[in-house]
Design a binder for this molecule. Structure first.
Ligand code: ZN
Length: 349
């Protein structure tokens, strides 16, 4: 997920709020420990794991070195070559109990280097304590919080009853197919006997560690329109651009209706369907740019749609087929990703 790119170092320290969850007798860290924690976090941030060519070799090396320093068992799994999953284990005293899994992804979304005040993989800290780095929130901070919480618990002599696993998975930013999905459907995962998983949420702006139990499912929709090409000076029906405009306008209205519910305080951000246009492709290239006096015969737009677990999938599917990309208007559509939420929670949302 795309997130703002600064991360206040105080937030990293909220990992200690994890500790009471496991033990309430651990003293707060000394000042010297703070700088070591931040320095380890910076080293992780400095590994460029940006899609589309993440340096998984370096991130794997870093995580394994952390595991060694914590005496955790480690396993490197490559269901797909070049897409390493690092699985760490802290065995519990009672192996018959189901285990806990703490998951995080190692890849980050791309950055436009020239727009950054500080380089995205420099992990620069300013005078206010803000750390500038791509992935600082999404979600290397969480992976490090897990490791640092274990470090603290280890040094206090704590021993978990249940086995604790940490998985560092690749490719979450491009669909997870070769990462978490492969792991979740493997025998390795089955044998872990996992009872509870903590995964990605939102970085906290304060010292509370917030836990969510639902995630919006991404549908990445590409709609394409076709129409007769024509001179740029001519007005005629059903041009590809005109057809696409109608869809974009319809989608924009839907977006506004959902956003209005949030702005009015009637729904939380995670309870509405968000739609954001991410791609717009059209035009006939020329040596100097684009042909300006020709209406092209094809045009397309791509949307990142996020659907909450309570979203009405059937009516959205219908809306896409009938309003957003109707065949009647010479439109087609495809999904670059289409994830269905599995809602197994029985309690209230
Ligand atoms: Zn993420």
């Amino acid at each position: 997920m795309e997130k703002p790119y600064t991360f206040n170092l105080l937030h990293l320290l909220f990992l200690y709020l994890l500790l009471p969850f496991l033990s309430n007798s651990i003293p707060p860290p000394a000042q010297a420990d703070h700088s070591e924690i931040i320095s380890r976090f910076q080293r992780y941030l400095q590994v460029n794991t940006s899609q589309p060519s993440p340096d998984y070799q370096k991130s794997t090396h870093f995580i394994l070195s952390q595991a060694d320093s914590l005496s955790l068992q480690s396993q490197l799994i490559e269901f797909v070559q070049g897409k390493p999953i690092v699985l760490l284990q802290w065995p519990g005293s009672d192996p018959s109990l189901p285990s806990i899994l703490l998951n995080s992804h190692t890849d980050v979304v791309p950055s436009e280097y020239s727009k950054w005040v500080h380089p995205p993989f420099g992990a620069h800290i300013d005078e206010q304590g803000n750390i500038f780095a791509r992935g600082s929130q999404d979600m290397k901070c969480v992976g490090m919080q897990y490791l640092e919480a274990i470090r603290r618990l280890r040094s206090s002599g704590f021993c978990p009853k249940r086995s604790l696993y940490l998985s560092f998975v690749p490719d979450e930013e491009i669909d997870s197919r070769d990462g978490a999905e492969m792991l979740a459907s493997s025998y390795v995962f089955k044998n872990m006997n996992v009872d509870i998983v903590l995964d990605e949420g939102l970085a906290s702006p304060n010292e509370n560690y917030r836990v969510f139990y639902g995630e919006r499912a991404p549908w990445w929709l590409v709609i394409k329109s076709n129409g007769a090409p024509g001179h740029g000076a001519k007005l005629y029906e059903n041009s590809a651009m005109e057809n696409l405009f109608k869809s974009i306008e319809s989608i924009r209205r839907f977006r506004a209706s959902q956003f209005d519910l949030v702005k009015a305080g009637l729904k939380a951000e995670g309870e509405v369907i968000s739609v954001n246009m991410a791609v717009l492709k059209a035009g006939t290239p020329s040596p100097t740019g684009f042909v300006m006096n020709l209406q092209p015969s094809e045009a397309e737009a791509g949307f990142d749609i996020r659907i909450p677990p309570i979203g009405d999938l059937e009516s959205l599917e219908k809306q896409i087929a009938e309003e957003w990309a109707p065949a009647l208007r010479n439109m087609t559509f495809e999904f670059k990703a289409k994830v269905y939420c599995m809602m197994t929670w029985e309690g209230p949302l």
